[in-house]
Design a protein around this ligand. Structure first.
Ligand SMILES: C[S@@+](CC[C@H](N)C(=O)[O-])C[C@H]1O[C@@H](n2cnc3c(N)ncnc32)[C@H](O)[C@@H]1O
Length: 234
């Protein structure tokens, strides 16, 4: 079974471990890949909804992996016991939902060796929360799949890992590995916001608030692009 590029980057980044938990697993693609590729001895695939959990169950049976993959129905990290998982993956959900899942299960989140998070939107809010709550972001990557870009963050709890300055400074793009996909993503954002501003400027009754919001975003991504050009990997 081949994973899509987004899930493949997550799967390949996982070194051999005892237990991995995939929160909001939906189809259990990732746990099946991890067990079949000897990357984890055991996987726990959870979902808040019965339907996806049943689909996961059927797929796990099809691959004969019932001994290695446990399916659980539950909300966020409440489906796990303390220190049960070495690695916790939360992918394919909004950044605010991921943030809520982490804050509601903060003890479990802190006790995991590694958290792999893949927000579909609002990554800036999530990254800010991680920094404010002493989750060290030790890797970040932008993955392109067809015409879509996905943000992936690798983090773990580490007391006092950020100083006041990093908490105030927040350009989430700085946490991603310098790569052609990152540059393409930033260019896309710059072109999107420039386009919206040009379009809005043409109206007689200008929506000044929206123009200001988009201008802020434009500055944000231009700042990231400048930083990227100064930090070209050798
Ligand atoms: C879009 S799917 C993502 C599936 C998979 N993780 C991926 O990245 O391809 C999101 C899944 O998260 C589940 N979900 C949403 N909120 C959840 C929560 N609080 N706890 C557990 N699962 C949740 C949904 O039921 C859905 O199956």
């Amino acid at each position: 079974m081949d994973l899509t590029p987004r899930l493949a980057v997550i799967g390949e980044s996982i070194d051999e471990c005892d237990v991995v938990a995939d929160i909001g697993s939906d189809h259990a693609y990732l746990p099946i890949y991890l067990i079949n590729n000897n990357k984890a001895k055991k996987a726990i695939a959870t979902d808040i909804n019965k339907g996806p959990a049943e689909i996961s169950m059927k797929r796990v049976k099809k691959y004969g992996l019932e001994q290695h993959i446990e399916i659980r129905i539950g909300d966020g990290l409440s489906a796990l016991k303390d220190k049960e998982a070495d690695i916790i993956v939360i992918a394919g959900m909004g950044g605010i939902l991921i943030q809520n899942i982490l804050s509601e299960g903060i003890d479990i989140a802190r006790s995991a060796g590694e958290l792999i998070l893949q927000p579909m939107r609002d990554s800036r809010i999530l990254i800010k929360w991680l920094i404010q709550n002493s989750f060290e972001i030790f890797n970040g990557e932008i993955v392109k799949e067809n015409d879509k870009f996905y943000e992936i963050i690798w983090t773990r709890y580490k007391q006092n890992c950020y100083d006041e300055k990093s908490i105030d400074m927040i350009n989430e793009m700085f946490y991603y590995k310098n790569s052609p996909a990152l540059l393409e993503y930033i260019d896309k954002k710059i072109s999107e916001y420039s386009g919206i501003i040009d379009h809005l400027e043409n109206f007689t009754h200008k929506n000044q608030k929206r123009i200001e919001e988009c201008s802020k975003e434009l500055i944000h991504y231009k700042e990231a692009k400048k930083w990227l050009s100064l930090n070209v990997e050798q």
